[in-house]
Design a protein around this ligand. Structure first.
Ligand code: URA
Ligand code: URA
Length: 254
C-alpha cells in the first residue's frame, strides 16, 4: 500500500473527527482550520482576524503531526503532548512497541498499571494472553506493532472518555500511517468503535473485514475480557484464524 500524502491524512482525520462529533457531540478540536488556512494564503495579512488561542494550539498540533516522518519524531511529539494525558497525574507515555514496519498492527484501549510503569503496551496479564493468542497464529511479539487508543493510563483503569479518545486519535492515525500495516486488529469494543467511528457491539463487528481508510481492519474481544469470560475464547480463536488467513492473502511478512 502506498504512503498517503499529508493532505489525505488530514482529510481522513477531519472525516473521522466529524464522525466522532456526530457520535459523541461537540468537542474542542477545531476541524475547520484547513479552510481558514487556505484563506490565510489568499487574503492579505491585514484582513485576517486574530485566531483564538485554542485555535492556534490546534492548528500547530495538526501541523506538527503533519511534519512527523518517523516513529521517533512522533514519539517525541507525544512526549510533549499535554492533550494525550488523562486526569491521572504523573503517568508515563505508552507510545507503542514492535516492528516499525509490521504488516499487522494491534490496537488496544489504554495502558493499565503495568503498562504505565514500564512504558510499554500490553505487558500485564492481558498482554501475556495477547502474546499467547498471537503465538497460536504464528506471530512473535517482535513481528507485529502494538499500540493503544490512549497513550496514557486513565485513573482506576476506567474506560477512556470520548473526548480523550478524540484528542488521542490524530496521534494514533499518524502512527498507523507511519507503520503502514496491511491490516489492523482492534482488540475490544472501545478500540474498534473509536477507529470505525460507529457505536456498535463487538459482536456485530467481529468476523468481518472492515475498510479503514483504504486499509483492512478486523475486530475481536479484548484479552482482558477473555480472562473474565471463558465463553469468548472460542470466538476469539475463530477471529484470529480469519485474521491470519487474510494476512497471508494480503502477502503479509513473514
Ligand atoms: N489493555 C489495553 O487495552 N492496552 C494495554 O496496553 C494493556 C491492557
Ligand atoms: N464485549 C465487548 O463489547 N468488548 C469486549 O472486548 C468484550 C466484550
Amino acid at each position: 500500500m502506498s504512503q498517503s500524502t499529508p493532505e489525505e491524512f488530514i482529510e481522513r482525520t477531519q472525516k473521522l473527527l466529524k464522525q466522532q462529533e456526530e457520535l459523541f457531540g461537540p468537542f474542542s478540536v477545531d476541524i475547520s482550520w484547513k479552510d481558514e488556512k487556505k484563506s490565510h494564503t489568499e487574503n492579505s495579512v491585514e484582513e485576517i482576524t486574530e485566531p483564538t488561542e485554542s485555535h492556534v494550539a490546534e492548528v500547530s498540533e495538526a501541523e506538527l503531526l503533519e511534519k512527523c516522518t518517523t516513529l521517533d519524531e512522533l514519539r517525541k511529539l507525544c512526549e510533549q503532548a499535554e492533550v494525550l494525558k488523562t486526569d491521572l497525574a504523573n503517568t508515563n507515555l505508552v507510545f507503542g512497541v514492535g516492528n516499525p514496519e509490521a504488516d499487522l498492527m494491534i490496537v488496544g484501549e489504554a495502558p493499565g498499571e503495568n503498562e504505565d510503569l514500564q512504558g510499554e503496551p500490553f505487558v500485564g496479564k492481558a498482554g501475556q494472553l495477547l502474546d499467547k493468542i498471537m503465538e497460536a497464529i504464528n506471530f512473535r511479539r517482535s513481528d507485529i506493532y502494538i499500540a493503544n487508543i490512549l497513550k496514557h493510563r486513565p485513573p482506576g483503569n476506567r474506560d477512556p472518555k470520548p473526548e480523550e479518545r478524540t484528542r488521542s486519535l490524530p496521534y494514533l492515525l499518524k502512527q498507523i500511517e507511519l507503520v503502514n500495516p496491511k491490516i489492523i486488529l482492534c482488540v475490544g469494543r472501545i478500540s474498534a468503535t473509536t477507529l470505525l467511528g460507529e457505536d456498535r457491539s463487538l459482536k456485530s463487528m467481529r468476523q468481518k473485514v472492515h475498510d479503514f481508510h483504504g486499509r483492512e481492519l478486523m475486530a475481536t474481544y479484548h484479552p482482558a475480557a477473555l480472562l473474565r469470560n471463558e465463553q469468548w475464547k472460542r470466538p476469539t480463536w475463530e477471529d484470529v484464524q480469519m485474521l491470519r488467513a487474510r494476512y497471508d492473502e494480503l502477502g503479509g511478512k513473514p
